[in-house]
Design a protein around this ligand. Structure first.
Ligand SMILES: Nc1ncnc2c1ncn2[C@@H]1O[C@H](COP(=O)(O)OP(=O)(O)OP(=O)(O)O)[C@@H](O)[C@H]1O
Ligand SMILES: [Mg+2]
Length: 280
């Protein structure tokens, strides 16, 4: 297989006495949409923050396109084509779409002035490419006048403009209506068609399943299972997540540790379909 776009090897991270991630081995490949699933506090956001250079891992290594990176930080991650869309913090509400897309990375004229006309043209083209259909929305629209789904679209469009190899979306459909969520899932697919891989996090199992090529389940800091989307239906995935939650309840009563859990754990990046069920 081609070299992974991003690979984490034996990555661990704790905050004080809390182990947020333990011995994570995960590879993300070019133009792949990976859904990260897991309960509150499972470690999903921490995992994305290690990739995007916000948190350094305590242990383990990070490889970008096959090269081990050291002194990794958010600025370097962006330079290396990793764009993260943080919910709520993604956009400047009172600025228009164009300004939001180019903020901090403006297109300038040869004299060094911001080239407003070219930025607007580019923003317009980008909005078409990502699939905006709204007639009332334009590059001049102020972000606060957009729907939640459209806002996500602007943030994704910005990542696309900077030719992100990987776009990380942490809960982009939370608090969105059904239609708006579907719109966001379409934007994600469009970003992939344009050449980006996407790491997608949602508590909505159906959204995660619908958009993914591959699904990775995180449970209390570990990768509990991963599978190709084709190998599991959304209903089965829901059941699997429920099993995991039940395992947890039993575990909590017993005061047990993660290793007691009946789901297969893995240190490897691939777990076959047959591995995904508990031994029963
Ligand atoms: N900056 C931090 N300081 C201290 N503890 C943290 C920090 N970030 C995360 N944690 C802890 O690490 C664990 C994993 O948190 P994380 O935010 O990665 O979970 P998550 O899977 O994204 O959860 P959610 O679905 O609720 O967003 C939790 O126990 C959390 O409290
Ligand atoms: Mg989170």
């Amino acid at each position: 297989m081609a070299v992974a776009l991003v690979e984490l090897r034996h990555v661990s991270k704790s905050f004080g006495s809390v182990y947020a991630l333990r011995d994570i081995n995960l590879a993300l490949h070019e133009k792949e949409i990976v859904s990260l699933l897991g309960d509150n506090g499972a470690g999903k956001s921490t995992l994305t923050k290690i990739i995007s250079g916000v948190h350094p891992p305590d242990e383990g290594e990070l490889y970008i396109k096959g090269k081990k990176v050291v002194h990794w930080n958010a600025a370097r991650a962006r330079l290396m084509g990793i764009e993260t869309v943080y919910q709520d913090k993604a956009l400047a509400e009172h600025q228009n779409v164009t300004r939001n897309i180019f903020m901090g990375r403006e297109i300038t004229t040869w004299l060094g002035f911001i080239d407003g006309r070219r930025q607007r043209q580019q923003a317009e083209a980008l909005m078409r490419r990502i699939g905006f259909t709204s007639k009332v929305m334009s590059p001049n629209s102020v972000v606060s006048s957009l729907s939640g789904g459209e806002r996500e679209g602007v943030a994704i469009a910005r990542s696309m403009f900077f030719k992100a190899d990987l776009i990380i979306l942490d809960e982009p459909t939370t608090a969105l209506s059904l239609t708006q969520s579907q719109q966001v899932l379409q934007f994600v697919e469009r970003a992939r068609q344009e050449g980006s891989a996407v790491l997608f996090i949602s508590h909505n199992i159906f959204h995660s399943h619908q958009v993914a090529d591959r699904i990775v389940i995180v449970d209390r800091g570990r990768i509990a299972a991963q599978m190709d989307k084709e190998s599991i239906s959304a209903i089965e995935l829901t059941e699997l997540m429920q099993d995991l939650a039940k395992g947890k309840e039993v575990l909590a009563r017993k005061g047990g540790a993660i290793d007691d859990i009946s789901l297969e754990e893995t240190n490897e990046t691939s777990l076959s379909q047959t591995d995904r069920r508990s031994p029963a």
